[in-house]
Design a protein around this ligand. Structure first.
Ligand code: SF4
Ligand code: SF4
Length: 461
């Protein structure tokens, strides 16, 4: 019996080291190049329980696997376990599609609706009927702006908690909010609803943020959000509550980003509960002229030869460099496990609109884009359109599965990646390239930190 290098490794070389990115274990390490070359040359001589601690470590972390292992089937199993799991009932609930903001790049239509009492009761019945099939309930509050109707969140949370208590299953909740209404009193109300993590967007220093993220009447929002977060940071002592501060980069915000990064570092990231998320903004629906503000030609902003990936990488590197090891690792795991594959490909994920429509993806709420996969009936029964549902929750690989088996990203992407682009729109070829570039770029960003990408020999010293 010999060993082989796992097929699920990306290799990168820097300064005499080979960096190994392991998509199966979502792990990485670096190893001196001559040592790595020597190991590769002698793979067939490796025995079970090797004395060499480096080899033992590489086997333990699955950088090396036995010759006989069929990694394709293990990749398939990964897909089944992630996308067809009953570990948790994952609900994303929109109390409203309405919002108090009118962000320039927003893709939503801001329908001023509100979840009716009838739909709330149907949702409670749905959870009561179905929770027995799952290990726990996890709710993500979304919108529109969910905090426009905190009383809906409170009512549903109360009922969900009771159901979970009856079934003796855990209940957890997170929220995506613009942060404007999240003052300390509101935060305390949401604590009672078990909301422990928030994603809040800050697009730049005040002068930039307020141009991109303003109230429906055009008024600024930056000062209010920062004052809310400062208040929570000072008054709340528990480490249990965490905040991902997201920045959407547009032509405007990318230029001003270093100033914002410094401010956030000094004021929030010194506290491990606050972590950064940097993303490139994409097209919206609110402003016909907005296209010009989307970053399409990166070199015009950051200089000749800069690529989108490099820019994102450099920006993130400068921020991640300051966060503590635990926060950094947690952030890395969150990015990897939350994004790959997208929740829209998961059979245990249900997104409910305010009127009981079942969506699969939080970006496409539209019938014409196969965004509506079913309807919740007043008795809590979910009527699902299997033809549409199948496009989201099965791998579109019937004719070219071999492509995924040749792809090092398979354990993370699982052949579904972004199901909207790959399967619903059927643009798998274009999307594969983008997905792989995104995965490598995320590994690269984090590999710049010694603590989560250590030299394997030093790890063992
Ligand atoms: S990136 Fe493409 S080829 Fe690779 S696993 Fe995903 S769908 Fe398959
Ligand atoms: S657009 Fe793609 S990646 Fe984004 S939520 Fe929808 S399916 Fe998921």
């Amino acid at each position: 019996m010999g060993y082989k290098l796992s097929k699920y490794l990306y290799e990168d070389e820097k300064e005499g080291y080979v960096f190994l990115y392991n998509t199966y274990k979502v792990d990485m390490l670096k190893i001196k190049k001559p040592l790595f070359e020597a190991i590769k040359e002698n793979l067939s001589d490796i025995k079970e329980n090797p004395e060499n601690p480096v080899i033992a470590k590489l086997i333990e972390k699955r950088y090396l696997v036995e010759d006989s292992v069929n990694e394709d089937r293990e990749g398939d199993l990964m897909y089944l376990k992630t996308c067809h799991s009953n570990k948790q009932l994952l609900l994303t609930i929109l109390p409203t599609e309405g919002c108090n903001f009118r962000c320039e790049y927003c893709y939503e239509e801001h329908k001023q609706n509100k979840m009716s009492e009838e739909t709330q009761e149907a949702l409670i019945k749905f959870v009561r009927k179905n929770l027995k099939y799952y290990g726990g309930l996890s709710v993500s509050w979304f919108g529109g702006e969910p905090l426009l109707y905190p009383e809906i969140i409170e009512h549903l949370s109360e009922e969900f908690k009771k159901i979970c208590k009856t079934f003796k299953k855990p209940y957890t909740a997170i929220m995506t909010t613009n942060g404007y209404l999240l003052d300390y009193d509101m935060f305390c109300r949401m604590k009672k609803c078990n909301v422990t993590n928030y994603q809040i967007t800050i697009d730049g220093p005040a002068e930039v943020h307020d141009k991109q993220r303003f109230l429906a009447g055009g008024q600024p929002t930056y000062d209010k959000i920062i004052s809310n977060l400062t208040d929570i940071k000072e008054k709340e002592k528990s480490k249990f509550y965490t905040f991902s501060l997201r920045t959407n980069l547009t032509v405007q915000s990318a230029k001003a980003y270093p100033k914002l990064a410094q401010f956030l570092k000094d004021n929030f990231f010194v506290d491990g509960r606050f972590t950064p998320r940097v993303r490139i903004a994409w097209n919206g629906t609110n402003d016909a002229d907005y296209e010009k503000n989307i970053i399409s030609d990166i070199s015009s902003i950051f200089g000749e030869g800069s690529s989108l990936e490099e820019t994102q990488e450099n920006l993130q590197k400068s921020m991640y460099g300051i966060t503590d090891e635990n926060a950094l690792r947690k952030n890395f795991n969150e990015i990897m496990f939350a994004h790959y594959p997208c929740y829209a490909a998961k059979a245990n994920s249900f997104i409910f609109g305010p009127d009981g429509r079942l969506f699969k993806c939080t970006v496409h709420f539209d019938d014409s884009k196969d965004g509506v996969a079913g309807y919740l009936k007043p008795d809590g029964h979910l009527e699902v359109n299997d033809t549409i549902d199948a496009k989201w929750i099965t791998q579109m690989t019937a004719n070219d599965k071999g492509k995924c088996y040749d792809c090092k990203a398979y354990p993370l992407c699982q052949g579904v990646g972004c199901p909207y682009k790959m399967s619903v729109r059927g643009r798998r070829d274009d999307e594969c390239e983008a997905k792989v570039a995104e995965i490598i770029s995320t590994f690269r960003v984090f590999s710049s930190n010694e603590k989560i990408c250590a030299d394997v020999e030093e790890m063992l010293a």
